[in-house]
Design a protein around this ligand. Structure first.
Ligand code: ADP
Ligand code: MG
Length: 640
């Protein structure tokens, strides 16, 4: 038998390795921006074309490269940033693996132009498929310009995996915003298909946040700033009234590196507890600086996750710092800092400070509180009187009221939702278990005829409608039934006669993050068909000119924000078209929720509409909308 193992040719091995680092245009954007920052640039320009598929170019005024370094920079594991393994634990630069440029060169056509300030001429290199095509001296400005063209031109399979231009542009904007937020002292611009969409002058972090995330945060940011000998936290959180229905403006940076951390997110959210509605998201941009030896950043470059030597302490600090900040602005209802006892017991928290440590600690606010009464984590309760007014922060601006039409108020009561979910689960389980009603008996085509127009309907637990039928009774799930009705109505509207919009007397403007703006732009056409008249209104802003009749005045903005949030939930689902996702999101969002009591007329309307549907028995995602209990089955249950 022939041997079957063979070595992959270099270029294929390279392309596979490159795919780990460069998965989409946005990954190149991140790497190139970080290189510019590492090079000490004070001005960085990003230019993209065709969502980065055609072109991603970064121009910086950093230190540039020598001719030899320029050539070397494309070799795998070529880096100027670490020399030995020890350096890894003191790393202060954004990059260090020496993989990015090599990876980009393996999967695209690259043009590099670079010059150091002290050199007469610069260097130009053209490289493609890891091979140098051209290298020559060139007149150039100080700094570096790298253009990545035709990403994946040589790996069509990967190219096919790229998403729509709107989706890829969104990823790019996300990466851009993260880097721009972490370096407010650097000028950044982003030009997309010839239009400049960001122009960020150097300034304070506060100015940068407002520039990047929107004017509406102006004067609505609370400073977070605590220094201890273990770590520093600084940054901003939004005042509670800026909390939005869509997640998004939430950023953690550790040693200036953007990270994702559900754990630390929880710390912030718990500090906001009771100050914002349960399903809303406050802004935060928090920078945690600590000894690089205390964190493991040697994780996968695209993962943005991080390991802390002691994450419980970091959690406690973050939570305390945010509470403290909110407290200083007299907007936190309670300042008792109940620390998890397991954290109290940690050495770092519990052990007495040395003289030196005490000295250092006294100079910083949070540390002072942390070491009072031998209790490491003890926040000084400030004057309670001040706290009475925290509610004012909600009441100032009527447009941002968390109150929504009574039809949706039930969403807020998470408990109810949970209960209902477990009930539904139970029903589903019983169904599957076979010791309840066999499914065939549940779903009755043409069920309409079974409900007498005069039958008395009643509502159970503000969740179900009980309807007698000629051969038993039917339990209709009000939310799921309504979801089916809306789904079919919306689906019909997108392909046929549109849902009429009601023009708003006072059109509301909507300020979004750049990525949400791209998303909304993308959905605008279909939304129009569905009765939402939304028009662009300057950078990342829109005017809501009209909504369908059933969106009550004052709720337009919330309806759109909710919709975007819901759409993003579906977004990872590749099975569905954009329109399908939109319709499902809207139907889900607008369906009457459990906990809403219905009048007899409303119940009648709902059941009638349900059985007019083409497929009344299930929701789009396959949940049953009603269950029928037949008499003979009931008899059986009673062993008759
Ligand atoms: P890493 O950033 O991990 O070192 P890269 O592949 O991103 O690896 O870059 C390789 C090297 O090329 C860097 O270490 C740096 O010396 C040099 N380099 C890359 N981009 C720039 C730039 N914009 N300006 C100056 N030097 C750069
Ligand atoms: Mg790099």
């Amino acid at each position: 038998m022939a041997d079957i193992i063979h070595l992959l040719p270099d270029n294929i091995a390279n392309q596979i390795a490159a795919g780990e680092v460069i998965q989409r245009p946005a990954s190149a954007v991140k790497e190139l921006l970080e290189n510019a920052v590492d090079a000490g640039a004070t001005e960085v320009k990003l230019i993209i074309q065709d969502a980065g598929k055609q072109l991603v170019q970064v121009i910086d005024n950093g230190k540039g490269m020598s001719e030899t370094d320029a050539r070397m920079s494309f070799e795998r594991h070529a880096t100027s940033k670490i020399r030995n393994i020890d350096d890894l634990f003191h790393i202060r630069t954004m990059g260090f693996r020496g993989e990015a440029l090599a990876s980009i060169a393996a999967v695209a056509q690259v043009e590099l132009k670079t010059k150091r300030a002290d050199d007469e001429t610069g260097t130009f290199i053209e490289i493609e498929n890891s091979a140098v095509k051209l290298q020559e001296p060139v007149a150039a400005a100080n700094g570096t310009s790298i253009a990545m063209k035709n990403l994946f031109f040589n790996v069509p399979a990967r190219r096919n995996f790229l998403k729509s231009n709107a989706a890829e542009t969104r990823h790019i904007i996300d990466e851009f915003m993260r880097v721009a937020l972490s370096f407010p002292n650097i000028f950044f611009s982003l030009t997309n298909n010839g239009t400049q969409i960001f122009h960020l002058e150097k300034g304070s972090l506060k100015q940068r946040i407002v520039q990047v995330l929107g004017q509406h945060y102006n004067a609505r940011l609370v400073t977070v700033q605590e220094k201890t000998d273990y770590l520093n936290i600084y940054g901003f959180v939004g005042k509670p009234d800026t909390a939005k229905k869509t997640r998004g403006d939430q950023y953690f940076f550790v040693n200036n590196r953007f990270i994702r951390s559900a754990y630390l997110n929880h710390a912030v959210m718990s500090a906001f507890k009771e100050m914002i509605p349960a399903d809303s998201f406050p802004l935060y941009a928090l920078f945690i600086d600590l000894d690089p030896a205390q964190v493991d950043i040697n994780v996968h470059p695209t993962k943005q996750e991080i390991k802390f030597e002691d994450e419980k302490i970091v959690y406690a600090f973050v939570q305390a710092a945010v509470k403290h900040a909110l407290g200083q602005f007299s907007i936190t209802p309670t300042l008792e800092f109940d620390l998890d006892p397991t954290i109290q017991q940690l050495d770092a928290v519990n052990k007495p400070f040395t003289e030196d440590q005490q000295q250092a600690a006294r100079s910083s606010d949070l540390a002072k509180n942390f070491s009072q009464k031998g209790q490491a984590h003890f926040i000084n309760p400030t004057d309670k009187e001040e706290l009475k007014h925290w509610k004012d922060f909600f009441e100032k601006d009527g447009t941002e009221q968390p109150a929504i039409g009574n039809r949706q108020s039930a969403i807020d009561t998470g408990q109810k939702e949970e209960k209902f979910e477990s009930l539904l689960d139970q029903l589903k389980k019983q169904e599957g278990g076979g010791d309840y009603v066999p499914p065939a008996q549940h779903y009755t085509p043409f069920a309409k005829q079974l409900i007498d127009d005069n039958a008395l309907l009643f509502q159970l637990h503000s969740t179900y409608i009980v309807a007698p039928t000629a051969r038993g009774f039917m339990l209709i799930h009000q939310q799921l039934a309504h979801e089916r009705i809306l789904y079919e109505r919306f689906a019909a509207a997108t392909v046929g006669k549109s849902i009429p919009a009601q023009r708003s007397l006072f059109p509301v403007t909507l300020q979004l993050s750049a990525s949400d703006a791209v998303l909304l732009q993308e959905l605008a056409g279909d939304l129009n068909q569905l009765g939402y008249l939304i028009e662009p209104f300057g950078a990342n802003a829109f005017v809501i000119q009209g909504t369908p009749a059933d969106v009550s005045a004052g709720n337009e903005k919330l309806a759109i924000e909710n919709l975007l949030e819901q759409f993003k939930h579906f977004s990872s689902d590749l099975k569905f078209s954009r329109r399908e996702k939109l319709i499902r999101s809207l139907a889900w969002q607008q369906a009457i929720k459990p906990g809403t009591s219905l009048s007899l007329d409303e119940m009648r309307g709902l059941t009638t509409d349900l059985f007019k549907c083409a497929q009344p028995n299930v929701t789009a995602s396959g949940n049953p909308t009603y269950i029928e209990f037949k008499k003979d089955y009931l008899e059986q249950l009673f062993k008759r």
